[in-house]
Design a protein around this ligand. Structure first.
Ligand SMILES: [Zn+2]
Length: 176
């Protein structure tokens, strides 16, 4: 058996595809596994395979590649994050733009890491990336003094007057 150019090309291709030396010997025919290994060695292809395509042993319950003590990451893959940042954000109302900004002198943090007694008011981001104010809350509120005022805005006297009129008109209709 001679190593013709065609056979060498086939050898290289099969090796690159991850076929074992014995498998290559079978595919080529008329050549032993050790002859294939010798040729691979002379072509300096031994050890050229990527670990992923090389045959591997299953080494027990510990997941290969993560290493001892490695914790599975809860963070989304970078690709997923990139997709999120590329996604068009819905138009924000002027009210939103104006109100949802960090207050001076506060240190906003991710909403998910917010602790008890820290203002929950969102100042940036959306969904899991939401960042909340985290200033000390007002007594009996989940918001700080300023944000409590935003959320529980007192009804203006003008609106109160309109509501009062509607109520009394309705009451008159019921009475009639
Ligand atoms: Zn706040």
């Amino acid at each position: 058996m001679t190593w013709t150019a065609a056979r060498i090309v086939k050898l290289e291709r099969l090796w690159a595809e991850g076929v074992s030396a014995a498998g290559i010997a079978d595919a080529l025919g008329g050549v032993s596994r050790s002859a294939v290994l010798g040729k691979l060695h002379r072509l300096q292809l031994l050890g050229s395979r990527k670990p992923a395509s090389a045959p591997r042993r299953y080494d027990g319950p510990s997941l290969a590649g993560t290493g001892a003590g490695a914790q599975p990451s809860l963070r989304p893959a970078p690709a997923a994050l990139a997709r999120l940042s590329e996604a068009p954000s819905p138009p924000r109302s002027p009210w939103r733009e104006e109100v949802f900004v960090p207050l001076l002198g506060t240190t906003p943090r991710p909403w998910l890491s917010r602790e008890f007694g820290e203002c929950a008011f969102p100042v940036a981001g959306d969904g899991d990336a939401l960042v909340s104010c985290c200033a000390a809350v007002k007594l009996r509120s989940v918001y700080c003094q300023a944000h409590h005022g935003v959320v529980f805005k007192p009804v203006s006297p003008a609106i109160q007057a309109v509501e009062q009129r509607r109520w009394s008109q309705a009451a008159e209709r019921w009475a009639a």
